[in-house]
Design a protein. Structure first.
Length: 355
């Protein structure tokens, strides 16, 4: 199996030979080989969030409504009825995840979600809409307890909906003592008029969607599908059990709960190809401005790129992170937010920022 360093060497060999598209060539080679091995259509959905890059805002690597455009781009002319979705994501918008699931399930009869490392939060929800999930010993899903953005004096914070509800219940008890009221008022003043209702509704929707998808797809032929689906959805959304939203849930735990899991190690060729794609994708993120790649085995891609502001001769200019970034003119490739060319000097003394 080509290792992380082995894939890097393969890329560097092409670079040294003068090929500016080395990263794309290597990544797409293994996507084609995976399709040849499985006979199924392949879509890669991966984002640059491991390790976290402080220069990349979280919304750029999260599941968002823009992703539907990318999925539509790569599904065009992609043959059915079977799909393997390679998923590496921290999660994101619950509503966007729902839209992606609806669209994918309208196009393919049988979907396998393959997780080379992590599919967390809303990405876990998408995995639960598959017929089966392919996981290695090193692969993890995460809790689906919703997180709410709350404005605080220290800036916006992402807080578990259950934590907000639990804290409010604690406040109701402790505020019966007037001596404790002063300590609670600054915290309670941050609660908007609909925050508690929003927390409750979001929790309910998260469990409702996962329950529905498990019933409809993974457990469709199971006589006890309703109870199994509800039990798994309740467990995955139980914040009091997992304690943190970023908790990694192992393959063994997921199998014990009854999810249909395929062990990646059962097919050595499949494991080699999937991890080669993953390594090549991670190298693409580390060596270019790309932060999100949605790509199929036929060479069609939707690539979101980071826009960086760097000093240039006293002015601000937008530059790619590395000269190896994919060429936006490549056929069948759509680049979202391509880095702008270096701005020409202007007579005006006023500097302009690029957002």
């Amino acid at each position: 199996m080509p290792t992380w360093s082995g894939i890097m060497q393969e890329i560097l060999t092409l670079v040294e030979a003068g090929n500016p598209l080395a990263l794309d060539i290597v990544r797409r080679k293994y996507l084609v080989q995976l399709h040849g091995h499985t006979g199924r259509s392949i879509i890669l959905y991966s984002t640059a969030w491991t390790p976290p890059n402080p220069n990349v805002p979280s919304f750029m690597v999260s599941i968002s409504d823009e992703d539907l455009q990318g999925i539509m781009e790569v599904i065009c002319k992609l043959p059915g009825p079977n799909l393997d979705l390679i998923l590496h994501s921290p999660g994101g918008s619950l509503e966007a995840a729902e839209a992606l699931v609806k669209y994918l399930r309208s196009k393919f009869e049988h979907i396998r979600v393959m997780v080379p490392q992590l599919a967390m939060s809303a990405a876990t929800m998408i995995a639960c809409a598959a017929d089966e999930i392919v996981l290695g010993k090193h692969s993890f899903l995460g809790p689906i307890d919703p997180q709410i953005i709350v404005a605080t004096p220290l800036g916006p914070r992402m807080i578990a909906a259950q934590d907000i509800l639990d804290q409010f219940e604690l406040a109701k008890k402790e505020c019966q003592d007037p001596a404790k009221m002063g300590a609670w008022l600054p915290m309670l003043s941050q609660y908007g008029p609909d925050l508690l209702v929003q927390c409750s509704n979001t929790q309910g929707l998260s469990k409702e969607l996962v329950t529905e998808w498990l019933q409809k797809y993974m457990f469709k032929n199971d006589n006890d599908r309703n109870n199994k689906a509800a039990s798994i959805a309740n467990w995955l959304s139980d914040h009091s059990h997992f304690k943190t939203h970023g908790r990694h849930i192992s393959r063994a735990e997921l199998e014990a709960r009854g999810l249909k899991i395929v062990a990646l190690e059962e097919d050595q060729d499949l494991q080699d190809l999937l991890l080669s794609i993953f390594h090549a994708t991670m190298h693409t993120f580390s060596m270019t401005a790309a932060v999100k790649i949605i790509e199929n085995h036929m060479g069609k891609a939707f690539i979101k790129q980071q826009q960086m502001i760097v000093p240039f001769q006293g002015k601000q200019s937008m530059m790619p992170t590395n000269p190896l970034q994919p060429d936006p003119t490549t056929p069948d490739e759509h680049v979202a937010n391509p880095p702008a060319d270096k701005p020409k000097p202007k007579k005006s003394k006023r500097n302009k920022g690029y957002g």
